[in-house]
Design a protein around this ligand. Structure first.
Ligand SMILES: Cc1ncc(COP(=O)(O)O)c(C=O)c1O
Length: 404
């Protein structure tokens, strides 16, 4: 069957294969420690769930305006202004079905065939695929582990060409957890202004920050609005991944274009979820703060635990709920090339029953993405298994690999 080029150009999610293997083991009754999750292990807070139930009872179950109901658009603008220092108006805000939908819409609203989109590696798996789907060209710019994977404006400037239309930034980042300092954001904005490039800021993890790091948006910088597009998500912040709620903040011509795409595709985000989102944005940050303080403890534990494993090095990320250790030193001589973390992840699942996502999925072989969106008890068990795998079982794996 002949499918459209846009589908043939893109790859299915690289994380899917590992997760399917995990399902097979779980179905056999095997206890698997899952460091794969890209979502908080906390339930959606009660007050948000109740708002959705109330919306159903009040029959708020019909089409809404494509951009979302006005109270929700206003609440998104107000929340972003209060917690991240921006100032947008209702015509500059469109509610989307999750942050991913916002990014997809923005890329499709701006990219013509051959336009370049600058993506910082290690990157979230979907960026290059979304760009390819829009017939754009993803241009990958490596960030350095020695610099905590923080992108530098000077390097970005060197990678810009006359065809560069968008630079995607993601702070805190998936998979590295890197947080771009305010001062670097200011320099990135200057580079974008001088070169006529849009900064598409994916703020999915904005509030997952630890230590001295504070939630920050590039939209709060003076003069940012004409050069910046914000893709925001309620998924992680309010433990609402399944509700599919996110929004775009952008100058009106871009917001209108996003709206046009949306009106001819999904029509509107689910009405009931919109009322849940309204409550999330208006209902205070208490549940968010509780979740973040729990994540902070887990982050400390997992970094300390990983650093004790010979051959594993782990930088200390200031944000998100992932750590991104380099395990190349630990898998060398394992029958795999040092960079082959796809094999390492497969072996880990098969032999130690631990799910991790190989760095290859994010353009970074040699690394593993480990999510600490799981209980402290599972983290302890997972660390024990990882340590055992890299320290003790290594020769067993090595022998198996040699045999076959
Ligand atoms: C970096 C990043 N951006 C965007 C998203 C999309 O989030 P959602 O569509 O659930 O709002 C994710 C989800 O994993 C992510 O990790």
């Amino acid at each position: 069957m002949e499918l459209a080029d846009r589908v043939n150009r893109i790859e299915p999610s690289a994380t899917l294969a590992v997760l399917m293997e995990k399902e097979k083991l779980t179905a056999r009754g095997i206890d698997v420690v899952d460091f794969g999750p890209g979502e908080p292990d906390f339930p959606t807070p009660e007050h948000i769930k109740r708002a959705a139930i109330k919306a159903i009872e009040e029959n708020k179950t019909k089409y809404t305006p494509s951009a979302g109901v006005m109270p929700l658009r206003q609440a998104a603008i107000d929340w972003h202004a209060k917690y991240l220092g921006s100032s947008y108006g209702p015509k500059e805000c469109v509610i989307n079905c999750g942050g991913k939908h916002s990014l997809f819409n923005v890329i499709n609203a701006l990219i013509n065939s051959g336009d370049e989109v600058l993506i910082l590696a290690p990157y979230w798996v979907s960026y290059p695929e979304m760009v390819k789907c829009a017939d754009g060209t993803p241009v990958i710019l490596e960030t350095s582990a020695d610099d905590g994977f923080i992108p530098r404006a000077s390097e970005i400037e060197k990678a810009i060409t006359p065809r560069t239309k968008i630079l995607i930034v993601n702070s805190p980042a998936n998979p590295t957890g890197a947080v771009i300092p305010e001062s670097e954001f200011a320099k990135i904005l200057e580079v974008a202004k001088e070169n006529g490039v849009w900064v598409l800021s994916d703020e999915c993890y904005s509030h997952f920050v630890y230590g001295d790091a504070k939630p920050f948006s590039i939209a709060s910088l003076p003069g940012a609005k004409d050069h910046v597009i914000i893709s925001a998500s309620l998924s992680k912040t309010f433990a609402m991944t399944g509700w599919r709620m996110g929004y775009t903040l952008a100058p009106q011509p871009i917001s209108d274009a996003v709206l046009k795409l949306q009106s001819q595709s999904v029509s509107n985000p689910t009405s009931i979820a919109q009322y849940a989102a309204l409550e999330a944005l208006r209902g205070g940050m208490e549940s968010v703060e509780k979740m973040i303080s729990e994540f902070a403890k887990r982050r400390r534990r997992i970094i300390d635990g990983l650093r004790k494993i010979p051959g594993v090095s782990c930088h200390e990320p200031a944000g998100s709920f992932y750590v991104f250790p380099n395990v190349a030193g630990a898998i060398e001589g394992n029958g795999a090339t040092s960079a082959d973390t796809v094999k390492a992840a497969k072996d880990l699942l098969e032999h130690a029953h631990v799910v991790v996502i190989p760095g290859e999925a994010f353009g970074a072989p040699g690394y593993l993405r480990i999510s600490y969106a799981t209980s402290m008890e599972r983290i302890e068990e997972g660390l024990r298994r990882l340590d055992n795998f890299f320290r003790v079982e290594k020769p067993v794996i090595s022998a198996a690999a040699t045999r076959g």
